[in-house]
Design a protein around this ligand. Structure first.
Ligand SMILES: [Ca+2]
Ligand SMILES: [Ca+2]
Length: 545
């Protein structure tokens, strides 16, 4: 066993669910058998934007850091978004934090958006951020935030705190409709900073897209550009967007079919050209006139289908990542981590036009009307559903390349994932590293085993390997930890958090959620961040177990 491992008896792990095999592995062997231990160091403590005495699912998280992106060709600086509203610029060397923009313009706040929805719902607030591939030249970046259309106030950004933001030309778009009742809107905004070199915003904003969402869960989310695309390529400045199902797929109402319906954007991965001046001859202009849609999108020629759809049948594909194998950079893969309902968390290689099955499938099983899973039918086909009444033939669903269950040793909700291409941890090169949000597990799957599992066989899956963590609390020696949970818990209490464990609750993690994710910098090096303690930690190396 690992000496000094800090065990949490309440989180004892009797089994590890790997692929489709339930392996009876004693807890100690799971941890000791982990291939690798990452050495973590505290990097940045983000300003506390939550309530240290909060008792809800999200209000007690000290800083709801949701993503980290290194500025292309710049600083070096990180842009970091907190779901509660702030967008920070962090100097990578000095760790100084500058407040760049704050999206929270609700009553009592001084930020941009009066209808900003952030208090409830894990992915509500300032959800994601991505740089335009040509950012160094054009100063453009993109954000997704969530609004509550029932709130009062103008949907135009309020520039009272940001007088150098020009809003005179800002125009709100009509929400792209989604069948069923609507509680939220996901808003994609393009920002153009006329001076990217400083730490303040000056320039313009342009609303690109507004998507109606049935509930507050599973929102418009991650944004990715193909990192291998160069100017002149068909993929240059083409944006992929993960759009959750808005909670529709688990409903007992007619909206249950929304993730399968090709006439709506929810439960899909989308592909658009956000700049209407780009790729004009190989795309069509969108209905709202604010973006273009590539003509080679798979449903661009299907009557009644939304042309923006690249792949469909997802519950919550909230994290996208282009995996680039340095040996074959042109043959990269888009990976979507999608959060499951009651049974399976999945890693999916996103194929053009493919149907990932939800809400008729979950993981590599069938999903029944009672929301429980069952064996796949012998004839594994489902209708291609254009609308609530029109179908167009059938399709065999595409299945995940890795998955884990909602069982002890597994988790509740898959977090972000990245193919590691850094140099500090040679043993992780060629490995896809990802987290479980609530339990704080960090795992990897071998990328080549993921590619091999990307076949037409639901049962073939890449095995998961556990990653242990070495970390030192303030004024304490380094210890080994099985997950991010106890690390976040120690820091949460040290920073004033008042819950006995951590805020929130989930089936497998029990009382408290770590809310852990990974990120990479421009050099491909790995970071881990946790919302509950509002901390960013950097991986500085590894210890061989
Ligand atoms: Ca600026
Ligand atoms: Ca397979």
């Amino acid at each position: 066993m690992i000496r000094g491992m800090k065990w949490r008896p309440a989180r004892w792990i009797p089994y590890l669910w790997i692929g489709t095999c339930l392996a009876a592995v004693p807890a100690l062997l799971v941890a000791a058998g982990g291939d690798i231990t990452l050495v973590l160091s505290d990097d940045v403590a983000f300003p506390i934007t939550g309530k240290p005495d909060g008792t809800g699912q999200t209000d007690g998280m000290l800083a709801r850091i949701n993503s980290l992106r290194e500025e292309p060709g710049g600083g070096p600086r990180f842009f970091v978004n907190d779901l509660n509203g702030p967008l920070y610029i962090v100097d990578k060397k000095t760790k100084q934090i500058a407040s760049y923009l704050d999206f929270n313009g609700r009553e009592g706040h001084h930020g941009l958006f009066h209808r900003f929805a952030y208090e409830a719902g894990y992915a509500n607030g300032l959800n994601s951020l991505q740089f335009d591939p040509d950012y160094k030249a054009n100063g453009k970046f993109y954000t997704v935030h969530i609004e509550d259309p029932a709130l009062g106030g103008s949907p135009v950004p309020d520039n009272a705190s940001y007088p150098a933001l020009r809003v005179d030309g800002y125009a709100v778009t009509r929400p792209i409709p989604t069948p069923g009742d609507i509680q939220r809107e996901g808003v994609l905004v393009e920002w153009t900073d006329s001076n990217p070199a400083n730490a303040t915003f000056e320039g313009t904003a342009r609303e690109v897209m507004r998507v109606a969402l049935n509930t507050r869960i599973h929102t418009l989310a991650d944004l990715e550009f193909n990192p291998s695309a160069r100017r002149g390529d068909a993929e240059w400045r083409v944006l992929y967007i993960g759009c959750g199902d808005g909670g529709s797929g688990e409903s007992r109402l007619a909206i249950r079919m929304n993730p399968q319906r090709l006439d709506t954007l929810v439960g899909k991965v989308l592909r658009i050209v956000p700049d209407p001046g780009e790729h004009a001859s190989t795309s069509t202009i969108s209905d709202n006139g604010r973006y273009r849609i590539p003509s080679d999108n798979p449903f661009a020629g299907v009557d009644g289908a939304r042309k923006e759809i690249w792949a469909y049948g997802f519950r919550n594909p909230h994290r996208l990542h282009f995996a680039v194998d340095p040996a074959h950079p042109a043959h990269n893969r888009l990976i979507a981590n999608s959060i499951g309902l009651h049974t399976w968390e999945t890693v999916n290689i996103v194929q053009k036009g493919a149907n990932y099955g939800y809400s008729q499938r979950e993981g590599n099983e069938a999903l029944q009307a009672d929301n429980k899973t069952a064996a796949l039918p012998d004839d594994d086909r489902i209708p291609v559903r254009i609308t609530d009444t029109i179908t167009h033939g059938t399709v065999t669903p595409r299945y995940p390349v890795a998955q884990y269950g909602h069982v002890k040793g597994g988790g509740d909700a898959i977090g972000s994932g990245f193919l590691y291409n850094g140099t500090l941890v040679p043993a992780l090169r060629g490995k896809y590293v990802f987290t479980d949000i609530s339990t704080g597990h960090v795992w990897y799957a071998d990328y080549h085993e993921m590619l091999a599992a990307d076949d037409d066989k639901p049962a073939t899956l890449a095995p998961l390997h556990q990653i242990a963590l070495s970390w030192a609390a303030a004024d304490a020696p380094r210890q080994l930890y099985e997950t991010m949970f106890p690390i976040a818990e120690i820091a949460y209490h040290a920073r004033g958090g008042q819950r006995p464990h951590l805020p929130g609750l989930a089936l497998v993690s029990g009382e408290g959620r770590a809310d852990a994710h990974v990120a990479v910098d421009a050099a491909g090096e790995l970071y881990v961040f946790t919302k509950t303690d509002g901390m960013l930690r950097v991986v500085t190396g590894a210890i061989k177990n």
